[in-house]
Design a binder for this molecule. Structure first.
Ligand code: B1M
Length: 210
């Protein structure tokens, strides 16, 4: 039987080959792909928590992220295929201009995909103009913005201001997150939601689109 706890552990310990092998075995054995995804993400969540407590350092975070990605490469096509015949809500996700951190953003992306969203990932260091242009041309319902630097969190407000300037603020929900972001900051810039973690972000986004 698929051992989900072992999958979580392989990410926690940064065992990339183990993560790939265990994930492959789990899906071949017919495990629920969303449960496999949760097991992978849960490994990375605990790595994030341990990092926040200074129990581990950047290299370990990056090694775990590599293991996570090996597992995600296997489940992603299955999750996308499982939603292929449904009318999917559309969401943009990216890290704001000037900011290159993408580990948390990628976790949020996977949770959004798991929640049934068609996700447009614009990557990192994305200017407000590109986000707003894409939101309009792709008719998205949700924009999820990530920032990890105190120097880039202000770029989230640029996105909200530009949406207002273009007259489309009312037609899209803007969600924000990342280590320096707080509910108070989200309120201050007029975001629709702040989420502390990827799983909560996906739940909130889903509630927005009904
Ligand atoms: Co950087 N970095 N970094 N970094 N880095 C931080 C953020 C820092 C706090 C480290 C420190 O000094 N203690 C610090 C910022 C200080 C500040 O702003 N006050 C910092 C700095 C200073 C820098 C550089 C400037 C360092 C330098 O070059 N001098 C530089 C900046 C580069 C740039 O962006 N322009 C830099 C570079 C890097 C690396 C490239 C080495 C690497 C990034 C690799 C990558 O992302 N591909 C890196 C890393 C790994 C970190 C830390 C160590 C870990 C971040 C991480 O991935 N955490 C980080 C320290 C920290 O955060 N405490 C740090 C794990 C991840 C799972 O958590 O991203 O918080 P997180 O995501 C969470 C939640 O926040 C939430 O969900 C996730 C969990 O479920 N979430 C969202 C995230 N985005 C969301 C969006 C949402 C909702 C929820 O939308 C709705």
């Amino acid at each position: 039987m698929a051992n989900l706890a072992e999958i979580t552990k392989s990410v926690e310990t940064g065992n990339a080959n183990g993560a790939a092998a265990l994930t492959t075995a789990a899906v071949e054995e017919g495990a629920d792909v969303n449960e496999v995804l949760s097991a992978l993400l849960s490994g990375m969540e605990s790595v994030g928590e341990r990092f926040s407590k200074n129990e581990i350092y950047i290299p370990q975070v990056l090694i775990s992220a590599r293991a996570l990605n090996r597992g995600l490469d296997i489940v992603k096509p299955l999750i996308e295929a499982s939603g292929a015949d449904k009318e999917q809500a559309r969401a943009i996700i990216c890290t704001v201009e000037g900011d290159l951190h993408d580990i948390g953003k990628n976790l949020v992306k996977m949770m959004f995909i798991g929640a049934g969203f068609n996700v447009i990932d614009l990557g990192v260091d994305v200017p407000a103009a590109k986000i707003v242009e894409t939101a309009i041309s792709e008719n998205v319902q949700v924009i999820a913005l990530s920032a990890l630097l105190t120097t880039t969190m202000g770029k989230m407000k640029n996105v909200i201001d530009l949406l207002s300037e273009k007259g489309v603020r009312g037609s899209v929900k803007v969600m924000v997150g990342g280590a320096p972001i707080t509910q108070a900051f989200a309120d201050e810039i007029g975001a629709d939601a702040y989420s502390a973690d990827a799983a909560t972000a996906a739940r909130v986004a889903k509630a927005f689109v009904g």
